[in-house]
Ligand binder design. Structure first.
Ligand code: HBI
Length: 96
């Protein structure tokens, strides 16, 4: 079944449950920036997220420099934020 993007009401309701995340209208994505003690901690977090992402077949767009990880989630197949992004964000929050 084709995945469809959430409408504004659905997206805002979902984000209300994800206080660590915000909506980036330009990227049509939800995003979260995480800071760790050092690079090893940041990379360990990315390794844990990668396992969830692979299981979900849904992958983050992310940037890492030293102890910072910037994460953007959007659904390419839907052209915006879908439930898959919300679900993966919840799993990412369980990683840190
Ligand atoms: N990850 N963020 C994101 N968005 C997608 O649409 C997506 C993905 N990972 C794999 C995937 N789609 C597969 O369904 C194929 O589209 C490659």
């Amino acid at each position: 079944m084709a995945i469809t993007k959430l409408n504004e009401t659905e997206r805002e309701a979902a984000l209300a449950q994800l206080p660590l995340w915000s909506y980036d209208a330009d990227a049509d994505a939800i995003c979260r920036n995480v800071k760790f003690a050092d690079f090893a901690e940041a990379f360990g977090f990315m390794a844990r997220v990668a396992i969830y992402a692979e299981k979900a077949d849904h992958h983050p767009e992310w940037f890492n420099v030293y102890n910072r990880v910037e994460i953007k989630l959007t659904t390419h197949d839907a052209g915006g934020v879908s439930q898959r992004d919300i679900d993966l964000a919840k799993q990412i929050d369980s990683c840190r």
